[in-house]
Write a protein that binds this ligand. Structure first.
Ligand SMILES: *[C@@H]1O[C@H](CO)[C@@H](O)[C@H](O)[C@H]1NC(C)=O
Ligand SMILES: *[C@@H]1O[C@H](CO)[C@@H](O)[C@H](O)[C@H]1NC(C)=O
Length: 522
């Protein structure tokens, strides 16, 4: 009995010390990998004693009392499903992958999200209050509206390594001469044409935003956010006032794989925070399989969004046949049963990925190169073979190849032979595994764990009411001032005026001289 009382006292003390804040976490994208990042943040915040409201398309099972979830699974209905189908991607429709389409989709998705019943109820209720909003940036800044509605600080989360589009929200875009766009397939150092190409990408996207997409966003913001703020009795901010108002930018990356460029003070690396300190054990059956793999294990997974079952039949067959010729044990994450499996190939319809990556017999991870998978492979020090399919995966894989712990294979109907060569190269040449171990050391060699860092900065922003002291002065300096175009204009005017003046003086002197000599002659 006494013990019980002590226990409750300790719990109360802990809660009191942690100073629970109310935090709204906004991750409405209907995609498992993005939800994993959101879940990771929610878990850390709950452990730190905060009260969390979580907008997510994946309803939470057994939510603790300090977590309220707002289900936006209806967002699945407005995703063009084919966007994630391997077959469609292989027979590519270019437009689906263009940045303009992605931005337009993202704006549409946010519009839809704001109008869903649960979300609408939350934002329309003037009694709802928050101390902080954390929102994922995915091609739209409309989520900044949540912070404006609740009149509280905003933190952007970048699900990928920061890039110029998101940096311009807290500082300024990076220089395309040595940093690349998030959809780029180049990695610096850039050649002349690559450099020109990166500049062109920035200029065209800026142009599209200027003439089209910013207008769409602003109209949505004015239509859906303004009335909410008016209802709370405040004057609504402009869209720009709202979207350039973030206190912090957290990026799901770390210098072990990110590019070492200068970043603003309110940018913090937190890559790896979604990985649990203690890896959940795998099933006894799988463990036995991996323990007994004399020649090591090849683990093949195309992630949670791309379903292997959508793979073309001929590709499936040729891969299976090729895997059968390997001496290693092959674990293939695949969502359907397959017949005539070679004895060394095992199909897992669900894979405990982190447990597999932490097993000492794992030789190589064959992956689509999504950032979560590449981060996890660096965390556990495993070399990879990347088969990029979508979005930032190309860049992730190119960077991994350049870092020296990866090989790249292109998705195609006839990739089996190439994949086999890559597997043999990566498993027989020690340098890939050594490099992966070295990067893993860098990844873990930081003053505090990424989860601790995340919670620290979240608390810092709350306790300093938006951490204005971290904000970059560059935000308030217009482009022409940064480039000193005004000074250039002044110098040009001075130069021209000087020239005119000089000419006048010369002319005056000359005419004086001439009149003087005329006098003499007379
Ligand atoms: C994709 O292209 C291949 C050949 O290039 C063709 O055989 C196949 O029918 C196409 N599939 C779809 C879904 O368009
Ligand atoms: C800007 O951020 C501050 C705190 O950082 C917040 O109080 C304010 O409401 C925000 N303004 C807008 C327009 O979002």
């Amino acid at each position: 009995m006494k013990r019980m009382k002590m226990y409750w006292l300790a719990v109360c003390l802990m809660l009191a010390c942690a100073e629970a804040s109310k935090i709204l976490v906004v991750f409405p994208l209907p995609s498992r990998s993005h939800a994993n990042l959101g879940d990771g943040i929610v878990k850390l915040l709950l452990n730190a004693g905060h009260e969390v409201t979580y907008i997510s398309p994946f309803p939470y099972k057994n939510a603790p009392p300090t977590l309220r979830t707002i289900d936006v699974s209806k967002n699945f209905e407005i995703m063009p499903m084919d966007i994630m189908n391997i077959k469609t991607i292989m027979n590519t429709s270019k437009f689906l992958h263009s940045i303009a389409f992605k931005m337009y989709m993202a704006i549409n998705m946010m519009r839809h999200t704001l109008q869903l019943e649960g979300v609408n109820k939350l934002v329309a209720d003037p009694k709802e209050e928050f101390d902080l909003v954390i929102a994922e940036w995915m091609f739209t800044e409309i989520p900044a509206g949540f912070a404006s509605v609740f009149d509280c600080p905003l933190i952007w989360l970048s699900s990928v390594e920061v890039h110029w589009m998101i940096l311009q929200l807290v500082d300024q875009p990076t220089n395309p001469a040595y940093t690349v766009d998030l959809m780029s397939t180049y990695a610096p150092p850039l050649s002349f044409w690559q450099r020109a190409n990166e500049l062109w990408t920035q200029v065209t996207i800026k142009f599209l935003q200027y003439v089209w997409l910013d207008g769409v966003q602003e109209r949505t913001f004015n239509e859906l956010i303004h009335p909410l703020i008016l209802k709370r009795g405040r004057k609504p901010p402009t869209f720009d006032e709202s979207r350039y108002n973030a206190s912090l930018l957290l990026s799901n990356a770390y210098i072990s794989t990110a590019s070492p460029v200068a970043l603003p003070q309110n940018h913090k690396f937190i890559g790896g925070y979604h990985i649990d300190e203690e890896v959940k054990p795998m099933s006894a059956e799988l463990k036995k399989l991996m323990d007994n793999a004399k020649h090591g294990v090849v683990y093949f997974s195309m992630g949670s969004n791309l379903k292997s079952k959508d793979m073309p039949e001929e590709l499936k067959k040729s891969l299976l046949q090729m895997f059968g010729t390997l001496k290693q044990t092959v674990l293939w994450k695949f969502e359907e049963k397959m017949d005539n499996l070679p004895s060394n190939v095992h199909i897992l319809d669900w894979a405990p990925q982190q447990a597999i990556l932490s097993h000492p017999n794992l030789a190589v991870f064959v992956t689509h190169g999504g950032l979560l998978s590449t981060t996890e492979s660096v965390h556990f020090g495993i070399p990879i073979i990347g088969i990029p399919v979508f979005a930032d995966q190309f860049l992730n894989v190119v960077k991994a190849v350049n870092k020296g712990f990866a090989q790249r294979v292109d998705l195609s109907y006839t990739m089996a032979d190439e994949l086999k060569e890559a597997i043999i190269e990566v498993t027989s040449n020690k340098r890939y595994a050594e490099k992966a171990k070295e990067l893993s050391f860098i990844h873990h060699d930081r003053p505090v764990k990424p989860g601790v860092e995340l919670v620290h900065w979240v608390n810092h922003v709350i306790n300093t009411r938006g951490a204005p002291h971290l904000r970059s002065p560059a935000l308030h300096v217009p482009f022409y001032q940064k480039m000193y175009l005004d000074l250039a204009a002044v110098l040009v005017i001075l130069f021209l005026a000087g020239r005119v003046l000089l000419k006048k003086i010369c002319a005056a002197v000359r005419s004086k001289k001439e009149s003087g000599s005329q006098k003499k002659n007379n």
